[in-house]
Write a protein that binds this ligand. Sequence first.
Ligand code: ADP
Length: 453
Amino acid sequence: MTEHSRLAPPPTTTPSGPERALAALARAGRRLRYHRRALALVAVLFSALALLGGLAGWLAAAGFVVMAMIVAGRGPVDKDDDDLLREAERARRGPGADREPDSWRLLLDAVPDAAVALDHNFNIMHFNARLEELFPKARAGQPLSQLSRNPELNDAVEKAVTANEAVVVDLYERVPVERRISATVSRIGGREIRRGLPFMIVSFRDLTEQDKLAQMRADFIANASHELRTPLASLRGFVETLQGPARDDPEARDRFLGIMSSQANRMTRLIDDLLSLSRVEMRVHLPPRGILDLNEVAAYVAQALEPVAAASKMKITVTRSDGPIRIRGDRDEIVQVLQNLVHNAIKYGRENGHIEIAASRVLDGSPPQPRALIAVADDGPGIAPEHLPRLTERFYRANVAASREKGGTGLGLAIVKHIVIRHRGELRISSVVGKGSTFSILFDELGTGTART
Ligand code: ADP
């Protein structure tokens, strides 16, 4: 004998002829149950008239059949009947009428923007969690004017009563913080008031961050253009001089050509740094895949920049810890970080000064965790404390003249910051005026069990 699969329908017994007839009768009766009363009345009348009037027996039989169907259809309601009931109800009340009474509240809660539903008096009926983030004092029942005292919002709501499309308005708020919020007021359906249903939906979007980013972008382009225009103007000036008054002055020509060459180099450095920054920014969300040893990178950079330091009468030393300090990272980028920091130490350090590159393991944080550290320290004039928080901003310089004179672009530390972010590291800058500066970066060390992936 074969066993029945668990998923197979259970075996059924074939119903007998009369059973089938009864079931069909019951089914038909159940289908007619919505018209039960009318049918019953018709059936009774029909039967009475047929009997009283002495009409043929078939009329009476027909009345009895209908009554039998009604009686049979009064059995327990199964799932089919439930569906039938709902369908009939839906047909009676029209499309959409079967919704839960509060489903619009659920819809509002699911809206990704801050949103509030208003009744026809512009009182708050419901609001979602995002709205509370924007207006923590929001309460159901209060008038919209208490949410924001901005007269533009109330004007927009008034306008939306008759408008054929959503009314969008910008709200400039000053309290508790300065911000720009875009509000969209939409009337729901026509102008008629439906009891229990909102009359309007107002959604809000805080555009303050977006504005800040747009401003930063505009500032960046203005700064970059300015940085390029300065050497370009100088180049054009020398070209004109060489074409005119200095045309036959070999001594001036040589001097001017030297200056022109250094201005062209400055433009090249700026463009290189701009491209480098844009590349790093584009990859900032891609976690690095390689593995590198901070001891090895420290030694490599020290060796590469030894001649540059020597030209400024400076010395570079490397302090390493025992064994490799391995981190997950992009070697080229970490080399670029160290090069930028050592270049700065050379540019802004003191003559005959000393630069130290140190790779080590430290315990950091609370509770203390072992972390990998790479630091570049110089014994130069240091940086005044008010500049420290802004040093990694693009084109920010503590001393503009010194940076320009040393061929700085103002982008070196911005590049460092973005590479460190990509490596989930932490850049710390400490400085004592007159004593020197230290730029330290902490990373998760591989193999210590603390590395994040
Ligand atoms: P720049 O191309 O001007 O050097 P950076 O972004 O590398 O740009 O550095 C920003 C500013 O930080 C520099 O202009 C300088 O004022 C200051 N700075 C950076 N490193 C040092 C340092 N080691 N000592 C003193 N000041 C420094």
